[in-house]
Design a protein around this ligand. Structure first.
Ligand SMILES: Cc1cc2nc3c(=O)[nH]c(=O)nc-3n(C[C@H](O)[C@H](O)[C@H](O)COP(=O)(O)OP(=O)(O)OC[C@H]3O[C@@H](n4cnc5c(N)ncnc54)[C@H](O)[C@@H]3O)c2cc1C
Ligand SMILES: Cc1cc2nc3c(=O)[nH]c(=O)nc-3n(C[C@H](O)[C@H](O)[C@H](O)COP(=O)(O)O)c2cc1C
Length: 598
């Protein structure tokens, strides 16, 4: 479609449509893509959960539908790329986030591609829960006319690798759908699997759509794709303005408050968004690995058409702190170790899980000697992936800055002290140094558009970060709704993150209620979920009055909090378990129960 062609079945009034035509006349493709992303961003502010239905919809027989379920944006990116390529190839495309996909239309779907990650301990991402529940339920329709393929995203260091995608793939086939090609399993080096999968999807789309009756007036449907100048592939270099430890001496945790300068980036982040950080592995770790394997850091190593000195590969391009199953398998083969081979057998799943969680690659590379070349090592290690950090500031308060709350991952094994790649990289930066970052939006973790709504924020540990941003934003906007924060950590004296700020907010009236759970300050352990149970009557009353509930922090905590929430609803609402589940599902559907867990 040319930029100046009349807008087919446009919802715009005629004079506005003509005005728009004049505005876009002569724009090149890049500008048009930018504009479509800009418009999508505006639309998202009015009504979250973007899908492309606002534009012309070819009927189900002549288009393909791409649905994604994504917690941290990876599946969304892959789905957007597929939709964009399919649009460019002339197909009608509908792109929908899983919670915006109209479930009742599944039965009419002819060609469906799903890109979906796995979270928690094999759980679906939050935005896909309803879809997965529906497809897994007895209410799911038979799908004899459907052709489909599924790409799962995951991390092979988790025992339930890509479980959500795999289960969905099996279920769609069980319902009678025709699997066009095999389920794709993408590990953290996503593109290695996602790119060929996307190619296959396009090839099959050509076949499937060729045999369908073309819809009248089929228009390539441009999905809403937000084009950002900065990305993980092209990060912005932000100057570090401050790096301050906010846990006291004697704390078992080293938590940092970081302030970065975003001037010139154009990042228009909102509370709820995260910042992606591209870490570098520490020099001592890289040196120790080179030393242990007797390799020369200056030697040029070629991999996938790129040549860098081995030291550079290991510093900025390969994971040295997270162990993966494929690396264990490669090491088992290279070292000839029967112990490692045994460990990979299904009956040792639990032992392997523990190993992956607690050891770093260098531990195993030292323990199981093998003959390594630089090329073999770079091929065996996974690409270094960015880490996300919840944004702990509001632009209304800090303008061109962004603040983060980062727990420095540090622990000892028999091989010595180990650090997490990104948290160590950040914790050891000094003001004036630069950090490579990009913005990761999270439309599912947003303050209520109606500022008179109450909010309840459950954020123990670093989970409190986005709520600092929420409170700053609500104070700046003069929001009339009440704010209730529940915070927890081991000790009051050493681990009360941002204590003075909460106290000031209470005094200023921008925080109405603060409940704390310091787990180790008394004989019995007290956590935020205990506080929720204890204050169940108020919690339920706030929810009944329309409050929005937010939970941020560790996955296990979020699960315990949900169990407490269910108990409170059963008790306070005098409901059965099933009715309490339905209550929670409804909160989720109404975007009144949002989680940001990691
Ligand atoms: C949406 C989102 C928001 C997030 N927000 C925040 C935030 O606001 N603040 C924050 O601090 N983090 C946040 N995180 C987590 C963050 O992204 C990183 O995962 C975290 O900082 C660890 O990364 P790392 O690179 O330091 O460690 P890695 O290099 O990724 O991990 C090191 C390895 O050490 C292992 N390990 C860790 N602790 C131990 C131990 N005690 N004993 C043995 N082994 C251990 C782990 O299993 C892992 O394999 C968020 C994550 C997501 C997805
Ligand atoms: C808290 C958390 C739990 C995860 N659990 C699993 C898991 O059980 N299985 C798995 O394969 N991947 C797991 N992953 C890895 C994600 O699936 C992977 O990072 C994926 O690329 C995320 O895609 P998304 O951004 O579309 O959600 C987990 C990631 C996080 C942050």
């Amino acid at each position: 479609m040319s930029a100046t062609a009349p807008l087919p079945r446009s919802p715009l009034p005629r004079d506005l449509a003509q005005h728009l035509d004049r505005l876009v006349e002569g724009l090149d493709a890049a500008s048009l893509w930018w504009l479509s992303g800009y418009a999508a961003g505006l639309a998202g502010r009015i009504a979250p959960a973007p899908d492309a239905r606002a534009a012309v919809e070819p009927d189900a027989g002549a288009r393909l539908t791409v649905v994604y379920g994504s917690q941290t944006g990876n599946s969304r990116r892959v789905a957007e790329q597929l939709a964009r390529k399919a649009g460019d190839a002339g197909f009608g495309v509908r792109l929908a986030r899983a919670d915006a996909y109209p479930l009742r239309e599944l039965a009419e779907e002819r060609l469906l591609y799903v890109v979906i990650s796995t979270q928690g301990d094999g759980d679906p991402p939050d935005d896909a829960r309803a879809l997965i529940d529906f497809i897994g339920s007895r209410r799911a329709p038979k799908l004899p006319a459907l052709s489909f393929a599924v790409l799962g995203l995951g991390d092979s260091s988790y025992p339930q690798f890509c479980l959500t995608g795999r289960k969905l793939d099996a279920r769609l086939a069980e319902l009678g759908g025709k699997r066009l090609f095999a389920f794709g399993e993408a590990d953290l080096d996503i593109d290695v699997v996602a790119e060929p999968w996307t190619q296959q999807a396009l090839t099959h789309a050509r076949e499937v759509l060729k045999t369908q009756a073309p819809a009248t007036n089929v228009t390539p449907l441009r999905p809403h794709v937000e084009v950002q100048a900065w990305s993980a592939a092209r990060p912005f270099r932000a100057e570090l303005l401050a790096n301050q430890r906010i846990t006291a001496d004697g704390s078992s945790k080293d938590v940092r408050h970081l302030e970065l300068d975003l001037a010139g980036s154009g990042f228009d982040y909102e509370p709820g968004d995260a910042l992606g950080v591209l870490p570098r592995n520490s020099e001592p770790l890289v040196a120790a690995l080179l030393d242990a394997l007797h390799l020369d850091g200056d030697a040029a190593v070629m991999q996938a058409n790129a040549v860098h000195p081995l030291r550079e590969w290991l510093t900025s391009k390969r994971e040295l702190t997270r162990l993966s199953r494929p690396l264990v398998a490669t090491l088992a083969a290279r070292s000839g170790s029967t112990a490692l081979r045994e460990l990979l057998q299904p009956e040792h799943g639990e032992a392997l899980r523990r190993l992956l969680e607690t050891q770093q690659p260098i531990d195993l590379l030292q323990r199981y000697p093998a003959n390594w070349t630089g090329e073999a090592l770079v091929a065996a290690l996974r690409p270094l992936t960015p880490r996300l950090y919840s944004i702990a500031s509001s632009r209304a308060e800090v303008r061109d800055e962004v603040h983060l709350t980062v727990a420095h991952v540090e622990y000892a094994t028999e091989a010595g002290t180990h650090w997490g790649a990104a948290s160590h990289w950040l914790a050891t930066r000094a003001a004036g140094e630069t950090v490579e970052v990009y913005l990761e939006r999270n439309e599912r973790f947003r303050l209520p558009a109606d500022a008179s709504r109450d909010i309840i924020m459950v954020g123990p540990g670093t989970g409190v970060a986005p709520f600092r941003a929420f409170l700053q934003q609500r104070a700046a906007a003069g929001a009339s709704g009440r704010n209730w924060l529940l915070f927890g950590n081991p000790h009051f004296r050493s681990d009360f993150l941002y204590q003075l700020e909460w106290q000031a907010a209470l005094k200023a009236g921008s925080l109405q209620r603060l409940d704390v759970a310091f787990s180790r300050d008394q004989a019995e352990k007290i956590y935020v979920q205990h506080q929720l149970r204890e204050h169940g009557r108020e919690l339920y009353a706030w929810l009944e009055a329309g409050a929005h509930l937010y939970v941020c922090g560790a996955t296990t905590m979020a699960r315990d909090v949900e169990a407490a929430l269910r108990d409170v609803i059963v008790e306070q609402g005098a409901r059965a378990q099933e009715a309490a589940e339905a209550y929670i599902a409804q909160l989720r559907d109404e975007h009144r129960y949002s989680r940001d867990v990691y």
